[in-house]
Design a protein around this ligand. Structure first.
Ligand code: ZN
Ligand code: ZN
Length: 366
């Protein structure tokens, strides 16, 4: 899921909500979200042979379904005209209407291989609760300093979302590999594996320079990069590399998963990479100044303070802090130790003298 980090909430959303034709054969439809981030984008693309491709599928509330139908109608299409669906990643705000979209006319559902496994494990778990992805997550929140109540709160949120989501059945999926060419009607797209925001996040580059970005790159808000159990060990390192990998692609228009399309891909990539370098440096400075290190919840409280307003804020901030702390740890800039059931991070000794020294910046940049 994408969530605004507290320091970015002040930026007003320019969104107005109506379906918008970006160019002939390309529509942006905003589906509402009951979160601080108020809507998710779905893109409707004419495939040149009568059918349409949908990119992403919203959260799955009745209001999302109504907005999708209104968007299709504005483009002169119906759900049964959708001949393919592409899911950029398996966060709930992008997959919720995949079931009904597929059911309307049997549209195949494309996603990157690997992302499907997590989608079903988190959002449609087996009856056996030992397979439930929320159990290790509750333990993680508690071990890194959240209260038991806030740790358990994550389970309630997941259960609520499970009741909203209408996933596509496994037999509808067509799994893509990194670098694969996807032909949808007259258009050819290249699948690009962009891990970080999710492990098998998919971006697509169309032959004419349209870039389907999902939540890899968003304007005005920083995509949430979180560390999760049973996921890749260095999501921030993955993210930095995946940003660098798309920076210089021949892109004329970026279609993000939230907010408005934009043109300056390289500029936005540079901003996001700089943001994470700076955040890594501030965290290292905090740890260096502390006596005996800090746990991830303390780091989040020191960086965000009162801006973390509820349990959701604190959980999202905590996994973001962990992505940074683990990234620094894998590069030798911090160490980790357990005391009385809690995990603390300490600045490694050679970095304690000057956390802003060039060596440290290199470590933070990965
Ligand atoms: Zn997301
Ligand atoms: Zn999202």
């Amino acid at each position: 899921m994408q969530r605004e980090t507290p320091n970015e909430r002040a930026i007003p959303s320019p969104d107005e909500g109506a379906p918008e034709q970006l160019e002939p054969g390309l529509w942006r439809i905003q589906l509402p979200l009951p979160f601080a981030l108020r809507s998710a984008n779905v893109y409707l693309i004419a495939n040149g042979e009568g059918g349409w491709t949908l990119i992403d599928a919203g959260l799955g509330l009745p209001a999302d379904e109504a907005a999708l139908h209104a968007g299709l109608a504005a483009a002169g299409a119906r759900l049964a005209d959708v001949t393919s669906l592409v899911l950029t990643h398996a966060h709930p705000d992008h997959i919720g209407l995949a079931g009904p979209i597929h059911a309307a006319a049997g549209a195949p559902v494309y996603m990157l291989a690997g992302e499907d496994e997590r989608m079903y494990r988190v959002w449609h778990p087996a009856e056996d609760p030992s397979h439930d992805a929320t159990t290790p997550l509750v333990a993680l929140y508690a071990a890194h300093g959240l209260s038991q109540e806030e740790a358990i709160g994550s389970q309630k949120g997941t259960e609520r979302l499970r009741r909203i989501l209408r996933l596509a059945p496994p037999w509808a999926l067509r799994l893509l590999e990194d670098g694969a060419e996807l032909r949808l009607g007259r258009h050819a797209y290249r699948a690009i594996w962009t891990p970080g925001h999710s492990d098998y996040h998919l971006c697509l580059l169309r032959e004419d320079g349209l870039f389907i970005a999902g939540d890899h790159i968003l304007p005005g808000i920083t995509p949430n990069i979180g560390w999760y159990p049973d996921a890749r060990p260095d999501p921030l390192g993955d993210y930095d590399a995946a940003l660098a990998a798309v920076r210089d692609l021949p892109v004329r228009l970026v279609l993000p998963g939230h907010r408005r399309p934009f043109t300056d891909l390289a500029g936005r990539v540079d901003e996001l990479r700089r943001h994470h370098r700076e955040r890594g440096a501030s965290m290292l400075a905090l740890l260096a100044a502390s006596d005996g290190g800090l746990n991830a919840a303390q780091v989040a409280a020191a960086l965000f303070g009162e801006r973390l307003r509820d349990g959701d804020d604190r959980r999202f901030a905590l996994v973001e802090m962990l992505a940074h702390l683990e990234h620094l740890r894998l590069r030798g800039a911090v160490t980790r130790e357990e005391r009385e059931g809690l995990i603390y991070y300490l600045a490694a000794s050679e970095t304690t003298i000057s956390p802003m020294a060039p060596a440290v910046n290199r470590a933070a940049a990965g």
